[in-house]
Design a protein around this ligand. Structure first.
Ligand code: SAM
Ligand code: ZN
Length: 506
């Protein structure tokens, strides 16, 4: 059941996104775009004179990133993912396993917060895309894979002794079967050469092509209106019948631009007359039948493809354009707009948990979507506010007349508190305890001894100190001994200790 979001729109969090994601209600986000560090073995720092000065992050991973509790959590919540990471460790090495662990604990939360009809785009490059595809398959289900979008991020790159690397990848997954898809919102306008090819004829109004006004005769009997001659064209004799559009986009275009009320003209021959009077019929050479003039002006563009060249194919921002903030890994607003338009509707909630200089937030705001951004660097909030004032044209000193006058992002650094869980009710904690007791088959979750309820104590799976809620989904029952051994450590640690003491058999 999708819940209301416990975070207001236009919030930017500065902090580790793991803690913040853990505090967001389940199934309340419509679209997630994430552009995490790529495991590129680089350090990114913004130039000192830029808006983003001070912003710096390392993209270097080691086994230290494989925090034991994260591995535990992955093993517990998604065993297939756990095995996949171990496989990556063998196939590629420890750094990749560390990176995938870092990503997986966070992606587990993103999967949880996404609505059943939501979508997610994971932006990465070829350093890890093939391993991340596996992670996403394990997490979202291979059947929910939609696209691998390739974005040409530069025109050329000098890479010694190999082909220049100029591509990024965006792994696009749905959370379930009913994801939103707005094909019409993301068509790519034809360029001049394509238009000339598609619309080769010309009249005073402009470029057009002649499209068929007839269809195959099949079993139509002579005598019905669609078989009768018009202006001497006996199309029935040519094995055709009239087919004159009355509905659809082009009929609307005709009504709007040339023939008011066109779609209400019932008779086929009346429609033909009206079209002819308006100069919309293309009369052919002898022996052929007439066609409808379709103007280039009404062209709806080409369907968007999974190779992104336009409108987003650039990274070398012109400094004059006002878009570049100095954030080293900044993405173009046009790229984000394309994604947001395709996979969300106005009013939907967009989340970017690695938002950097908040490109996704700006694009969402421009398109009338709600948004939440998260970045570990405190500079992100200031950069967002500055660029928003510029790119969304918000006056610096509150001008009430201005449509953006009350625009103000909410900047937070503490994780939110979920309010979508049945909290352990102080009035009757016993009932929750009984529920857990039944679900654990009356056993301690650590030593697996069957014990009476009153000697079991409540343990938080994600410790409260790390934002774990007092909610039934985050609780388990343990005997006093196990609880004392475990403390704030992982289940893995507890099990190891119990093995060592001979309490648990191997
Ligand atoms: C590739 S950049 C994102 C750039 C962004 N798409 C834009 O257009 O500006 C990755 C960002 O992730 C942030 N980051 C790294 N680890 C993080 C974490 N654990 N939680 C939140 N943000 C993190 C970095 O500070 C960096 O800004
Ligand atoms: Zn025990």
């Amino acid at each position: 059941m999708p819940s209301a979001c416990n975070v207001p729109s236009r919030t930017i969090f500065t902090g580790d996104n793991l803690d913040i994601l853990r505090g967001i209600n389940s199934e309340c986000v419509d679209l997630i775009y994430l552009d995490p560090p790529f495991n590129s073995n680089q350090s990114y720092a913004a130039p000192l004179d830029s808006e983003a000065r001070g912003a710096e992050f390392d993209d270097v991973w080691t086994l230290d990133d494989m925090k034991e509790e994260w591995i535990d959590e992955i093993e517990f919540r998604r065993p297939s993912l756990f095995h996949l990471i171990n496989g990556a460790k063998l196939a590629h090495g420890e750094s990749m396993a560390g990176y995938l662990t870092f990503m997986s604990v966070r992606l587990l939360e993103m999967h949880r917060v996404l609505k059943p009809d939501g979508s997610i785009y994971l932006h990465c490059d070829d350093t890890a895309v093939h391993y991340l595809k596996g992670v996403m398959d394990a997490l979202f289900g291979a059947g929910n894979y939609v696209n691998n979008i390739v974005w040409k991020r530069a025109t050329s790159h000098n890479d010694p002794r190999r082909f220049g690397r100029i591509l990024d990848h965006l792994l696009f997954y749905a959370r379930g079967a009913n994801r939103r898809w707005n094909a019409d919102a993301v068509t790519i306008p034809k360029d001049a050469a394509e238009l000339l090819k598609a619309y080769p004829s010309q009249d005073a109004r402009g470029q057009y092509r002649s499209s068929d006004l007839t269809g195959p005769r099949h079993s139509a009997k002579r005598g019905s209106p669609s078989t009768m001659p018009w202006q001497g064209y006996d199309i029935y004799a040519m094995n055709r019948v009239w087919s004159v559009p009355k509905t659809g986009k082009y009929a609307e275009y005709i009504a709007r631009n040339f023939i008011p009320g066109y779609q209400d003209i019932a008779g086929i021959h009346d429609r033909l007359d009206a079209l002819d009077n308006a100069g919309l019929i293309h009369h052919p050479q002898k022996g052929r039948w007439p066609g409808l003039k379709r103007y280039a002006d009404a062209d709806t563009g080409n369907p968007a493809q999974n190779l992104f060249l336009y409108p987003a194919g650039f990274t070398n921002f012109s400094t004059k354009g006002g878009e570049y903030t100095g954030w080293k890994t900044q993405k173009p607003v046009a790229l984000l707009q394309q994604i947001i338009k395709a996979s969300s509707n106005p009013g939907d909630l967009v989340l970017d948990p690695f938002c950097g200089c908040a490109t996704a937030c700006i694009a969402a705001e421009q398109l009338g979507r709600n948004w939440i951004g998260i970045d570990i660097l405190p500079e992100a909030a200031a950069v967002l506010t500055d660029r928003a004032r510029r790119e969304l044209q918000i006056p610096m000193n509150g001008d009430d007349e201005h449509p953006w006058a009350d625009w103000q992002p909410l900047v937070l650094n503490a994780p939110p508190r979920r309010n979508d869980l049945t909290l352990l009710s102080p009035a009757n904690p016993q009932s929750d305890k009984e529920l857990l007791y039944a679900s654990q088959n009356r056993k301690c979750i650590g030593c697996e001894y069957e014990l009476p309820l009153h000697v079991l104590t409540i343990d938080h799976i994600t410790p409260r100190s790390r934002g774990g809620p007092d909610a039934i989904g985050n609780l388990q029952l343990m005997c006093h001994t196990c609880n004392a051994i475990k403390g704030n450590r992982s289940m893995e640690y507890l099990r190891e200790q119990l093995h060592r003491r001979g309490i648990l058999s191997m």
